[in-house]
Structure formats: structure tokens, C-alpha cells
Design a protein around this ligand. Structure first.
Ligand SMILES: Cc1cc2nc3c(=O)[nH]c(=O)nc-3n(C[C@H](O)[C@H](O)[C@H](O)COP(=O)(O)OP(=O)(O)OC[C@H]3O[C@@H](n4cnc5c(N)ncnc54)[C@H](O)[C@@H]3O)c2cc1C
Length: 421
């Protein structure tokens, strides 16, 4: 750095995904000097997402123009490819142009005054200095640039360099994910398809999502058991070929990435907050993180803005952000983590049995009425209320939670809290 005085800013936001650009927008609109660094040359590219979101994401972002397809329901396939379908009258989720969403959010932040530097990577924390922290960036030509910032917002995704640099390392599970885009595909463009089972996707599921142009986004995320996600993806393609009677052909784009699942003990420190995937703020039952990451960014900025004004950027003050996030979404995420542990223990036979029960009972109506991709545990609670016998289907899975002397009483964790619908 040759002794040049480092630039001074209020907030350095690392990563121009939905979480970073939301935080940047809120901090810039409240008058702070914000710089966003994004390691890729273009915001939104490469796309690493299936782009299925709720109407809440569209409201939070104001990005209805990015919708490419409305979705009214889901077909859920058990391991034997028997399926149950849920279909509502009205749209229940939206397939979006994910790059378009990121660009829309970056534009909104830039219009509020945030400065974007693409092709620029956060490299390291250099030193704590009076009133600031000095960090090192690498510009498009690889040149090092030091910046003095009063706050760092780590919105740099699943492999967060900010988390590492500020020693907020995370004991979370990273599910490897693999997805491809097919320009043409058979299938009903009104529903998404979900594929369960240990062969295709142990620990999560495979998906087929209509892309609004006659094609589909097809992918899997699976437990990190050492098997590459690509292997599960190939098995999903085999299942789809059986279902459609012909193989999907000519994929035009591939995504290989990871989905963080778990809860971070610490997502703030002195002069630093983590938001979005960097903080593992992801829905454990689906791996979706756009809604949760944007809500976290809103809370983080609502706390960090006044903290910047008061020049009080200690961990204690910033810890108000995870408390607010937890008050809004903590119960849902805790219950979803619990349910995911149950789900992960289900054998293929039990998953098939579950699909059969849902197909042949009155419970499909409950799923349509209560299904909500942002709050999936609501429907699970309602199903258990209406049909406690479902618990008997899952003896092995539930056995994981039977503590000595506790019997099946471990389950009521799902019960507290009002339904939101
Ligand atoms: C295959 C797949 C499908 C998915 N499908 C869905 C879905 O349908 N719906 C849904 O809600 N969620 C989905 N997700 C999850 C969703 O993509 C993430 O939860 C969401 O993108 C998180 O947003 P973010 O802003 O926290 O991070 P990201 O969107 O990952 O943004 C982080 C940004 O930081 C940049 N960056 C990283 N390191 C640095 C650095 N050192 N310096 C500068 N910049 C850096 C990256 O280039 C990136 O632009 C999917 C994930 C995967 C892997």
C-alpha cells in the first residue's frame, strides 16, 4: 500500500447478493457512506439459485418485474416415484429471474447513494485502528487497496471470507448443491416438482422448477457425506427421464454451490455483522435463503445505522440485530431444524409411506390451506394437530429424539407459538 492514506468510509458491504444490497440500501438511505464490493465483474452473475420465492420477497424488494412464472402448487415424489400433488387456485410462489433480482436490488442501493465496486474482492482484515478497522481489498487487476471503515457487513455468501477474517467461524453444515438449466422440458409449468429419497437427495430434495419459457431448472442439494452433488443430480435426471419418458437434453447452464444449514452462535463482533448465507440464515427445510437473508439485512441495517450515528459499534450494541432477527424468525428456523433432523432419519420406505398417506387422506387440503414456503413448519404443525397418527408412521425418525424417560414428549417443541395464517 506504499504508505498512502487509506480511504475512510462508514460501512463496507462485502457481496452484492440480496442480503448485501438490501443492507447497503438501508444504510445509504439513512445518510451513511457505503461502499459495496462484489468479486464478480457483474452483479447477479453467475446465477447460483433456482429463483423460487414467496410474495414476501417481491414485496421486500419491489421486484415484481423479475417474475418469470407464477406457481400454484407442488408435486411431491416419493423414492418410488409415487406422487402427491397440491394445487391452489391462486399463485403460491414465484419463479424469478434471479440475476434480475440482484441487479434490481443493487440499482436501488446505488440510487440511494451506495457506491458499487465490481470485480473487487474483500481479501483480509489488516488491523484494528482508532475508530475504524482497516481491511484489504483486491481490485480487478489484483491490486491491493486498503480501506478504513467503521463497519464491515459480511454478505459474502456461504464461504464468507469476512466470517473467517473476523473469526466468526461457523459450525454449520454445508450441503453441496448442483443445478442445471434446460431450455426445454416436459412437465406442468403451474407446479414445481420435489423429489425425495436417499438415492436422489439424502438430507434435502431434488427439484424441477418451470422457468416460464418452456424449460426448467433442475437440481439437488444433499447431505455432505463426501458424495459429490453431481452424482445425486445424475440420479435425479434418471428419475426425470423415467417420469417424462425421455431424457432432458442440452443443459445451458450449471450451478455448483453450497447451502449452509444450521445456527450461528455469533453473527456479530466488534465493527462487523454477517447477513444472509454468510450467517447461515437459510430455511433448513428447503435451503431457500433469499427471504431470510433480506429480512436479516433489514434488521442488521436498522441496528447498525443508529449505531454508526452514535459511533457505538461494539459487539454488545450490534448484538441487538440477531435478537431482532430471532424475534421474527427464530422460532420458525428452530422448528425447521428440528423437523429436518426428523426428515433426515426417514428411510425411503417411510418417505413412500408418508407420500401415500398424504395422497389418500384429507390432508392435502390442509397442505394447500397452510402451505407457505417461508414458514413450512406451520403446515407441519397443522398436519400433526389434525392427524396425530402421522407420528406413528415415523417411529425410527422420532426415536432419535426420545430421551431416556421422555417418551415421545420431545415432539411438542413443534406446538408452541401462534399460527401466522
Ligand atoms: C442451487 C441453489 C439453488 C437455490 N435456490 C433457491 C431458491 O429457489 N430460493 C431461495 O430463496 N434460495 C435459493 N437458494 C439459496 C440462495 O441462493 C441464497 O440463500 C441467497 O443467494 C443468499 O443471499 P446472500 O446475499 O446472503 O448471498 P449470495 O447471493 O451468495 O451473495 C454473496 C455475494 O458475495 C460475493 N462474494 C463472495 N465472496 C466475496 C469476497 N471475498 N469479496 C467480494 N464479494 C464476494 C459473491 O460473488 C456473491 O455475489 C439456492 C441456492 C443454491 C446453491
Amino acid at each position: 500500500m506504499g504508505g498512502e492514506p487509506a480511504e475512510r468510509i462508514d460501512a463496507l458491504v462485502v457481496g452484492a447478493g440480496p442480503a448485501g444490497s438490501t443492507a447497503a440500501f438501508r444504510l445509504a438511505e439513512t445518510g451513511h457512506r457505503v461502499v459495496v464490493v462484489e468479486e464478480h465483474a457483474r452483479v447477479g452473475h453467475p446465477v447460483q439459485c433456482a429463483g423460487l420465492v414467496s410474495s414476501r420477497v417481491l414485496e421486500l424488494s419491489g421486484a415484481r418485474s423479475t417474475i418469470v412464472r407464477e406457481v400454484r402448487g407442488a408435486s411431491v415424489f416419493g423414492p418410488s416415484l409415487r406422487r402427491v400433488e397440491f394445487r391452489a387456485e391462486e399463485p403460491r410462489a414465484f419463479v424469478i429471474d434471479r440475476a434480475g433480482l440482484d441487479i434490481h436490488l443493487a440499482d436501488r442501493a446505488a440510487r440511494a447513494g451506495a457506491e458499487f465496486r465490481t470485480g473487487t474482492r474483500f481479501d483480509a482484515k489488516v488491523a484494528d485502528e482508532p475508530g475504524a478497522v482497516r481491511v484489504r481489498l483486491r481490485g480487478p487487476d489484483g491490486e491491493a487497496v486498503d480501506v478504513r471503515t467503521r463497519l464491515v457487513v459480511g454478505a459474502d455468501g456461504v464461504a464468507s471470507a469476512v466470517a473467517r477474517a473476523f473469526r466468526l467461524r461457523r459450525p454449520v453444515e454445508i450441503l453441496p448443491a448442483f443445478e442445471a438449466e434446460f431450455p426445454t422440458s416436459p412437465g406442468d409449468p403451474d407446479v414445481v416438482e420435489v423429489y425425495l429419497g436417499r438415492t436422489i437427495s439424502p438430507g434435502l430434495f431434488g427439484w424441477w422448477i418451470p422457468d416460464g419459457r418452456g424449460g426448467a431448472r433442475v437440481g439437488v442439494a444433499a447431505d455432505a457425506d463426501g458424495t459429490p452433488a453431481r452424482v445425486y443430480y445424475d440420479r435425479l435426471l434418471e428419475a426425470l427421464a423415467r417420469r417424462f419418458g425421455r431424457p432432458l437434453a442440452n443443459p445451458t447452464a450449471f450451478v455448483a454451490s453450497g447451502i449452509p444449514i444450521g445456527r450461528l452462535p455469533r453473527c456479530v463482533g466488534p465493527r462487523v455483522v454477517l447477513v444472509g448465507d454468510a450467517a447461515a440464515q437459510v430455511k433448513p427445510l428447503s435451503g431457500g435463503g433469499i427471504f431470510t437473508g433480506m429480512r436479516a439485512a433489514e434488521h442488521a441495517a436498522a441496528v447498525a445505522g443508529p449505531a454508526l450515528d452514535d459511533d457505538d459499534l461494539g459487539e454488545r450494541r450490534l448484538a441487538e440485530y440477531p435478537r431482532r432477527f430471532d424475534a421474527e424468525l427464530g422460532d420458525e428456523l428452530r422448528r425447521a431444524l428440528y423437523l429436518r433432523r426428523v426428515y433426515c432419519r426417514l428411510s425411503d420406505r417411510e418417505l413412500d409411506a408418508l407420500v401415500d398417506v398424504l395422497r389418500t387422506s384429507h390432508l392435502g387440503g390442509t397442505i394447500v390451506a397452510f402451505g407457505d414456503i417461508d414458514f413450512p413448519t406451520h403446515v407441519a404443525r397443522q398436519l400433526l394437530r389434525e392427524s396425530p397418527g402421522l407420528l406413528r408412521l415415523l417411529p425410527k425418525a422420532l426415536g432419535a429424539f426420545v430421551l431416556p424417560g421422555a417418551g415421545a414428549a420431545a415432539v411438542p417443541e413443534l406446538e408452541p407459538g401462534p399460527l401466522r395464517k
